[in-house]
Design a protein around this ligand. Structure first.
Ligand SMILES: [Zn+2]
Length: 166
């Protein structure tokens, strides 16, 4: 089974969002909603993902969780893409949703253990992208960020479940 298949399979239970997928009201969010509403992670065209490469932070928590596999999938297949770079940044575990509708919830806590493990595994794959740097300083920054985020997805999955020592 491909890694891509694993990613999608790790997210079988995320419900399709029932509310507007971009809670904010502005032209950009309208455009994002137009592109991504009623899409499943499997049927967003690559061109749409490319156009919406940086839209994850503007999605509602439910829409973020539901559509994340599409972004992970695209990034895993296209590690040199802008989408992959932005995904690494947007997965930062310290980013959270403020506001009444979401509460202040670190994004990684919205995911199940299986989902978090899939994200961590996907991030591990991205790290190879930075092994041959053109810009050593940028490489180190991004590697650092990937490792930190990867750890967060692992730690959060460990801390939320009953310990099952390895
Ligand atoms: Zn907006």
């Amino acid at each position: 089974m491909s890694k891509l298949g694993d990613i999608i399979l790790a997210f079988p239970d995320a419900p399709a969002p029932s509310d507007r997928i971009t809670p904010h009201d502005c032209a950009e969010c309208d455009d994002i909603a137009r592109d991504l509403t009623d899409k499943t992670p499997r049927d967003i065209p690559g061109q749409v993902l490319q156009r919406r490469y940086d839209s994850l932070p503007l999605l509602s928590p439910a829409a973020w969780r539901y559509l994340l596999p599409a972004y992970l999938d695209y990034a895993a297949s296209n590690p040199e893409s802008e989408l992959a770079t932005m995904l690494i940044i947007n997965l930062d575990c310290e980013s959270s949703w403020g506001g009444e509708e979401a509460g202040t919830v670190p994004r990684c806590f919205l995911l199940s253990t299986t989902e978090r493990a899939a994200v961590a595994s996907c991030l591990a794959g991205f790290r190879s992208k930075w092994d041959e740097p053109e810009d050593a300083e940028q490489r180190d920054q991004i590697k650092d960020r990937v490792m930190k985020t990867q750890d967060c997805f692992r730690v959060s999955s460990d801390s939320k479940e009953e310990p099952n020592d390895v």
